[in-house]
Design a protein around this ligand. Structure first.
Ligand code: BTN
Length: 264
């Protein structure tokens, strides 16, 4: 099956690549050459796939989804980082959609801010990069890596990472997931653009958040603390209740949040 785009889709054009260093890099190069808002770059394999915090993202051919969406939203640069949460919502609901279509009952959750987990193991990561001026956004690139049919991970990685195949025993058609993603992303993105915050998505996001009500360790460059995660606010910050009853708002990018007793 090929990827089908709806008429009103936020994804306007798809560029398929056999091999590229990183779809995020390709999207940024495209932006420099005037590529349009809504261009989605999809690669079969990446030779230099990038994860968050300077990590690598393993991208062997044939097994995963490696894609980057170029957006040029007319919103304030202050609001752009929330797009990564919009993308996480779209990925989690598109994965759940294909799981249901395959009569699979596995549940898909989000580890704040934007890792997608099944059975508390990461099956998708999102790396958002952007170029902004003082008032305007030049572009935002949302890079999404989904471990779809990956058959195994190395000893260290397999403690925290998995794939849709490993968690369900089913081989999925990657195009089905991308088709569902284009539909789901369009829905959530339109909702986000109306208010330019997450007020319309917050309740659904918190319903899918694996951390809610759980003890988390917030690891900052300056200090670390533990508390109970309560959910996100309308700007996507994680509300953490500390033992003394105080609430701290944690912004993505500044910190890393781990479960107190494991990855989630
Ligand atoms: C993470 O560390 O959790 C983020 C991983 C993001 C990986 C994707 S794969 C497609 C896009 N291109 C990249 O080089 N990285 C992102």
């Amino acid at each position: 099956m090929e990827i089908r785009l709806q008429e009103e889709s936020a994804i306007k054009k798809i560029i398929n690549l056999q091999e590229v260093d990183s779809t995020n890099n390709e999207a940024k190069r495209g932006a420099g050459l005037g590529a349009a808002d809504g261009t989605l770059y999809i690669a079969e394999t990446q030779t230099g796939g990038k994860g968050r915090r300077g990590r690598q993202w393993s991208s062997p051919p044939g097994s995963g989804i490696f894609m980057s969406l170029l957006l040029k939203p007319g919103i304030s640069p202050d609001n752009a980082s929330m797009l990564t949460i919009v993308a996480a919502m779209a990925v989690v609901s598109s994965i759940e959609h294909v799981l249901h279509e395959n009569n699979c009952t596995a549940e898909c959750h989000i580890k704040w801010p934007n890792d997608i987990v099944i059975n508390r193991k990461k099956v998708c990561g999102i790396l958002t990069e952007m170029s902004t001026g003082l008032q305007d956004i030049n572009y935002v690139v949302i890079g999404i890596g989904i471990n779809v049919n990956t058959k195994g991970f190395d000893e260290e990685l397999k403690l925290t990472a998995s794939s849709l195949y490993l968690e369900t025993g089913i081989c999925f058609d990657r195009n089905d997931i991308i088709t569902a993603f284009s539909k789901e992303f369009t829905k959530y993105y339109k909702q986000f653009l109306c208010t330019q915050d997450l007020s319309g998505l917050m309740a659904e996001y918190n319903g899918r958040l694996a951390n809610v009500g759980k003890q988390v360790k917030v690891i900052d460059v300056k200090q670390s603390f533990t508390g109970t995660a309560l959910g996100i606010d309308s700007r996507g910050e994680l509300i953490v209740l500390q033992e003394d009853g105080s609430r701290t708002l944690v912004s993505a990018g500044e910190v890393s949040v781990r479960g107190l007793y494991g990855y989630v």
